[in-house]
Design a protein around this ligand. Sequence first.
Ligand code: GRF
Length: 204
Amino acid sequence: MLRRVKTAGMVSGSGSNLQALIDALADGRMPNVELSLVVSSKQNSYALQRAGQNGIASAVVERRIFGGDSLAFENELLFHLEKYEIEFIILAGFLTIFTSSFTDRFKDRIINVHPALIPSFSGKGFYDLKVHEAALERGVKVSGATVHYVNEAVDAGRIILQKAVEVLDGDTPQTLQQRVLKAEHILLPRAAQMAAEIIAKEKP
Ligand code: GRF
């Protein structure tokens, strides 16, 4: 029986993807994940309440407090990650880009969910509704969700899973976002389990 890998979920928003992870843990879909910590980049994100309601420790690390000092920001993150001996990080709507020193330290240990089929509508500046606005503007008939490993380049790490979502006539950025979110909620726990299982096998 493979062990559970100590995992942190990082969030900035409502945390519906975090909820999908919590639900997957509850019904046994992530047998190699232990969700030990939630880190929020915003003081009052609803995701923090979800963590509290489910007995998961949480920390707030706000980037703006550190101004442009990425190193200081990441050092503060590391402080919390080390405290909980975190080996694996799931970015579930965490709106911050890491330096290469952070991503190198967690090579193949950070995954992210992106609300489009990478490489479309991805990279710097493509986040939240902007992704769906760009997809509708371009007139694509299919969008979707991607879970990928995180390296120093934005949205450019190895792809783990993708799921297509049809674009419907009359879609607004909001309606497309809602449909894509449903795909994210299916994909993220699956990809998280796949990545955690690899870590558990590497270090039994
Ligand atoms: C999701 O669309 C995710 O792909 C993006 O940010 C959004 C987060 O939503 N990176 P939530 O906080 O999980 O509800």
